[in-house]
Design a protein around this ligand. Structure first.
Ligand code: NAD
Length: 505
């Protein structure tokens, strides 16, 4: 089957109504990590095309903002229906393009469906407050209005879910979207747009042209979105390195950002932990998606009293995990995205050894052709939090460290730049509550007795510090996609001024 991957990709794209001529023959090559074979050659958008797309989106905004929000929700409801119908095909395409296991590919599409359901309900709940005023005969309230064009820049590892988190909310909030997907995963983006096009066709004339567009290209196309003042909000998901460039550029023009950047997520296993449960949670959190989730568990602090029970079992789980082509086998761990990811992993493992670490696993596996990069996930016992441990390496490496004092563990946990996800395994209420308290985990996500990855869409997703501070998906994340107006209405016959100021003329 591997040799036929480009052909089967073409068949799959045809199911979305996308002809091969659209995604082959161009200079921007993309590859399936399953085999390393080229599956597409696209033509990137030029700067002029990007700006024209943004202009179209802005024109669409001027109309879409006045369509009632529940009606906007109807479009997202239809998108959810189309995603349900296309789930198997899109999930498979995610597996081909990002190398995720079949179950994770389908799970990613399920996440898209879930956020659509959430956003449909939200379309009737874009509430503002009514606030007590100090002036008699007055009323004060907040109203939320559509913001403008939302530029979405996304990473390869969640090639479609990140778009849907943003697009579903943006569309009900009254904002058109322009999406620059990762240059490593352009086909799933074209397919997702085709699915939305089906929903738009059923929705009818209320939807203006240019409501949702995809721009294929690399960092330069992303940059064109970043600097264009007609893009009111740039929602950028990717490395902290990218966020350091994008954030200041958008701030310079007083645009808004949602930055969803790198993580260096940790777990703490305390003396009272249910070790069977912790073992399974850590195994999925650290090895799942071949360590290529922003929420992947990368550091583990284990209390000295349970270290010798848990860690040998973990090492055994690492040795036995199945690594392979996820389309041809039931393997739990698929490939790394490319050679750069493999080189980065080996470099980190060398640095860990030099810092006194003991490496278990991490070797390249002979799966498929030489152009594919499969590895055994690595567990590294470290003497302390040193060397490469404080940086995110986007590969399946789990650094394991021993601790003796709970506060020391929290201190080490928080002593890195990133602040995305965290978890504690404990049955001790004091430890649990301390971890969740103001003096505990400093991350945007703090879990108890589950791993660091696998968030549900109902909660706000994102992290602090070098993770960028953005929030997407559930809870009140929608507010970032709207602008707030405070309205004060005087229905009296007098004109009292606030703070008792007198200005009689
Ligand atoms: P990346 O930073 O290399 O690329 C991400 C996106 O940014 C791509 O679309 C890329 O073209 C674009 N880009 C890069 N430089 C740019 C620039 N100067 N201007 C505009 N756009 C630019 O990241 P990646 O390798 O695709 O993804 C892995 C990284 O993403 C990891 O660090 C991971 O933790 C992070 N990530 C974070 C989240 C989150 O929600 N916090 C989710 C997924 C991935």
């Amino acid at each position: 089957m591997t040799a036929a991957l480009p052909a089967s990709t073409r068949d799959l794209m045809a199911k979305f109504g996308i002809e091969a001529a659209i995604f082959t023959g161009g200079p921007m090559a993309s590859f399936s990590p399953l085999t390393g074979e080229q599956i597409a050659g696209l033509t990137p958008a030029t700067e002029a095309e990007t700006n024209a797309a943004i202009d179209r989106a802005h024109e669409a905004f001027l109309k879409w903002r006045s369509v009632p929000a529940p009606r906007r929700g109807e479009l997202v409801r239809l998108l959810g229906e189309e995603l349900r119908a296309a789930k198997d095909d899109l999930g498979r395409l995610v597996s081909i393009e990002a190398g995720k296991s079949a179950s994770e590919g389908l799970g990613e599409v399920q996440e898209m469906i879930d956020i659509c359901d959430f956003a449909v309900g939200l379309s009737r709940q874009l509430y503002g407050l009514t606030i007590a005023t100090e002036r008699p005969g007055h009323r004060m309230m907040e109203t939320w209005h559509p913001l403008g064009v939302v530029g979405i820049i996304s990473a390869f590892n969640f090639p479609v879910a990140v778009w849907s988190w943003n697009a579903a909310l943006a569309l009900v909030c009254g904002d058109p979207v322009v999406w620059k997907p990762s240059e490593k995963t352009p086909l799933t983006a074209l397919a997702s747009q085709a699915i939305l096009d089906r929903a738009l066709k059923r929705f009818g004339a209320d939807a203006p042209e240019g409501l949702s567009q995809v721009l294929i290209g690399g960092a330069d196309v992303g940059n064109a979105l970043v600097v264009n003042p007609k893009v009111a909000l740039v929602s950028a998901t990717g490395s902290t390195r990218m966020g350091r460039i994008v954030g200041p550029k958008v701030a310079e023009r007083f645009g808004r950002t949602i930055l969803e950047l790198g993580g260096n997520n940790a777990g703490i296993v305390t003396p009272s932990a249910d070790l069977d449960m912790a073992l399974r949670a850590i195994a999925f959190g650290a090895m799942g998606t071949a360590g290529q989730r922003c929420t992947t568990m990368r550091r583990l602090f284990v209390h000295e009293s349970v270290y010798d029970t848990l860690v040998p079992r973990l090492i055994k789980a690492y040795a036995s995990v199945s690594v392979g082509n996820v389309l041809e086998t039931q393997a739990l761990v698929g490939p790394l995205i490319d050679k750069d990811a493999y080189d980065g992993m080996q470099k980190a493992l060398e640095a860990a050894k030099a810092a006194g670490g003991t490496v278990h696993g991490g070797a390249r596996q002979p799966v498929g052709p030489d152009t594919a990069y499969y590895v055994k996930p690595a567990l590294v016992e470290m003497p302390s939090q040193t060397g490469p441990v404080s940086q995110e390496t986007f590969a399946p490496i789990l650094y394991v460290m021993k601790y003796s004092d709970f506060d020391q563990a929290i201190g080490m946990h928080n002593a890195v730049g990133a602040g995305l996800s965290s978890s504690i395994f404990t049955l001790d209420m004091r430890e649990m509550e301390s971890f969740l308290s103001a003096a505990g985990s400093d991350c945007g996500i703090a879990n108890v007795n589950i791993g660091t990855s696998g968030a549900e869409i109902g909660g706000a997703f994102g992290g602090e510090k070098e993770t960028g501070g953005g929030r997407e998906s559930g809870s009140d994340a929608w507010r970032a996609y709207m602008r707030r107006a405070t309205n004060t209405v005087n229905y009296s016959r007098a004109l009292p001024l606030a703070q008792g100021v007198v200005f009689d003329i």
